[in-house]
Design a protein. Structure first.
Length: 228
């Protein structure tokens, strides 16, 4: 069973996923990166451009999902280096530090304390690195509202190449891909409320329902009906 709650880290979400169904549901692109703990190892989930299907059997996971664009500064690595990847945190940070953090998480005891300990790791990194770039947050807000990439770049005072370069570092891909992923998430949120697919397409910024269907297939590998 999946559960989440807001983090004390601005824009971040804390989540747990308990073993349930024999086959885990795919993790869909959302513009975010995650710090993960599976009871034994600390990992980082990079930005996805397609659905990620977990390997192995059911397992308990705990995670911090960072607001889009903030994780690279926290982790000390450009997002594009982790695109569509899951990597050991020890590949990014000093191994002794990761072993110390893993020991702290193992000693936490309960799932709730483990989640708090993982959040504290993220908070400590944020205090030391100040990951909250106002320009990037404004970019995410504009694209999530469905504004065109070119108009958003003009409003932010960025050229197309500069915006693309900053987006690769912060999100792992260009602003057009980020806009597609945020639009997908808007559509999923609407469809989950029972909104018809045709109305979901219109309200989310798609040309029509077939356009929505194509985008869902390309980004998730399945259909909207199957996802719901």
């Amino acid at each position: 069973m999946y559960a989440q709650r807001p983090s004390r880290l601005p824009g971040a979400v804390l989540w747990t996923n308990e073993p349930g169904a024999p086959h885990a549901r795919p993790v869909l692109p959302d513009g975010c990166m995650d710090l993960l703990w599976n009871g034994d190892r600390l990992l980082v989930a990079g930005p996805d451009t397609r659905a990620y299907r977990p390997e192995g059997g059911p397992a308990r996971w705990t995670g911090v999902r960072f607001f889009p664009g903030t994780a690279p500064t926290l982790l000390g690595v450009p997002a594009h280096e982790l695109k569509d990847r899951r990597v050991e945190l020890s590949d990014l940070w000093q191994a002794p530090e990761v072993r110390r953090l893993a020991a702290r998480l193992r000693a936490a005891g309960t799932p709730a304390r483990t989640l708090d300990a993982l959040e504290n790791i993220a908070l400590a990194r944020a205090a030391a690195s100040d990951p909250f770039d106002p320009l990037l947050r404004e970019l995410v807000a504009a694209l999530d509202a469905g504004r065109p990439v070119a108009a958003t770049a003009d409003r932010l005072g960025l050229g197309a190449r500069q915006l693309h370069r900053r987006s690769l570092t912060a999100f792992g891909y260009g602003p057009k891909t980020l806009a597609r992923i945020l639009r997908l998430q808007r559509a999923l949120a609407l469809a989950r409320t029972g909104t018809s697919f045709a109305l979901t397409a219109a309200r989310s910024g798609y040309a029509d329902q077939p356009h929505l269907s194509r985008e869902v297939r390309q980004l998730t590998g399945t259909t909207l009906a199957e996802l719901l």
